[in-house]
Design a protein around this ligand. Structure first.
Ligand SMILES: Cc1cc2nc3c(=O)[nH]c(=O)nc-3n(C[C@H](O)[C@H](O)[C@H](O)COP(=O)(O)O)c2cc1C
Length: 157
């Protein structure tokens, strides 16, 4: 099984979790590729999104998507990427988000809901989700939960 971790990260929080996840999955014997989505202008205030690094999701058997929360929703760069996805016939997808506000209902939960819809619009399906509250004392346990949940082979079958 070839696993693709496709991440958007601006200040590095989401990417650092994605890197740990890659290591965990590789230690379990999986083949894992980590790819970052990039846009020409990543300034959070920009309204014009033009992607210039667009990972090809079709090459992977399983996909992990990761994004920061932006304004209670999916970061515009990840949203643009997913809106332009091809049809991904029933491919299994796990998603996680990182956010800074103290409670998941201040963005984490709504962002995951939105990610699920974007993924399902492309006929793929979400098999597991995770939220990391970056500003919380629970941050490390949030990350550990994602490492455990996403490396459990049962979710992918
Ligand atoms: C423009 C902007 C909007 C944000 N909006 C939210 C938000 O609505 N809720 C939240 O909890 N965190 C919000 N954050 C915080 C980021 O989600 C958080 O710092 C995240 O871990 C950053 O991930 P990254 O380092 O991978 O870019 C926002 C950050 C920025 C820059």
């Amino acid at each position: 099984m070839k696993i693709g971790i496709i991440v958007y990260s601006y200040t590095g929080n989401t990417l650092s979790v994605a890197e740990r996840l890659k290591t965990t999955l590789e230690e379990a014997g999986d083949v894992v590729v980590l790819e970052s989505i990039k846009a020409k202008n990543e300034n959070p205030n920009t309204t014009k999104i033009e992607l210039n690094v667009i990972p090809d999701a079709r090459q992977y058997d399983q996909i992990i998507l990761a994004t920061p929360v932006r304004g209670f929703s999916v970061s515009p760069i990840m949203k643009t990427y997913l809106e332009n996805w091809p049809n991904l016939d029933a491919k299994p997808i796990a998603c996680f988000v990182t956010h800074a506000f103290p409670f998941p209902w201040l963005g984490g939960n709504s962002t995951l809901k939105m990610m699920k819809k974007l993924v399902e619009d492309k006929h793929a399906h979400v098999v597991s989700t995770g939220v990391v509250n970056w500003g919380s004392k629970k941050r490390e346990s949030d990350i550990q939960k994602i490492l455990t949940d996403f490396s459990d082979r049962k979710i992918w079958s």
